[in-house]
Design a protein around this ligand. Sequence first.
Ligand code: 2AM
Ligand code: CA
Length: 275
Amino acid sequence: MVNEAWHDIYKQAKAWIYEAGEILKTSLAEQLDVQFKSSHDDLVTNMDKRIEQFFIERIHKHYPEHKIVSEEGFGDEVDKEHGTLWLIDPIDGTMNFVHQKRHFAVSIGIYEHGKGRIGLIYDVMADDLYHCLAGEGAYLNDTLLPSLEAVPLNESVICINTTWVNENRRIDPDIMRPIAAKCRGTRSYGSAAIELAYVATGILDAYFTMRLAPWDYGAGLILLNEVDGIATRADGSPIDLLKQNSILAGRPSVYHDLSKHIESEVAGGKHIDKS
Ligand code: 2AM
Ligand code: CA
């Protein structure tokens, strides 16, 4: 596809994401219908479904040849990274949407034959749009984001969440404890998309999580790549765009520090889930 066509899609997707944000904002004053999915902490609302349908209807109408993979399952069956693919999370941070009424985002990553082209993460309540068209710089609203520079580990703020202390541990907690002790601080915001956007802007220095789905990280990876950040699975292998993955992402210096630490702990016999 020629660059002009990508500019049109970029403009259109931004307009839709702002429109979706308005619908979400308005909905906070209304009664939400909240349901459990796989467990008590896995929530879905009528709004997740409504916003997903909002995008699917528009994308199918405007770009009938494009495919969609989205969280609530109204998208397409996709098993190969070919063609133009939209990875959509209508609400990333649904628990925040329900409980905090802030720190939730609409996340859209658009790929062509597996290559990231457009990344959009809209933090609705902050009215912050993190966006990029690959090769043309990443932005927070109208501000160009600089390339990520080196930061020492002991001055870094790292985003981690409880997936490493949960009962069915996917990582040996002994791998994580020294990291938490060596960095300056840890944070957890409850929306992977916002957390990846924070890494892209440099207000977080790295992000480490044991399980994310394509719609959670689809946009974040494209933004991060645009500012020379690095993202892989926890064991350093490439992220499979159509599967659940662990994610280790960061500015290069901190990414490499964490990666080396994990690698040496695993070589010493500590357990890490390969996903
Ligand atoms: P969600 O709100 O769209 O479900 C919370 O730390 C982050 O992890 C959120 O981005 C959340 O996305 C995501 N998340 C929660 N449970 C998950 C699961 N079972 N698999 C993948 N991602 C999950
Ligand atoms: Ca979601």
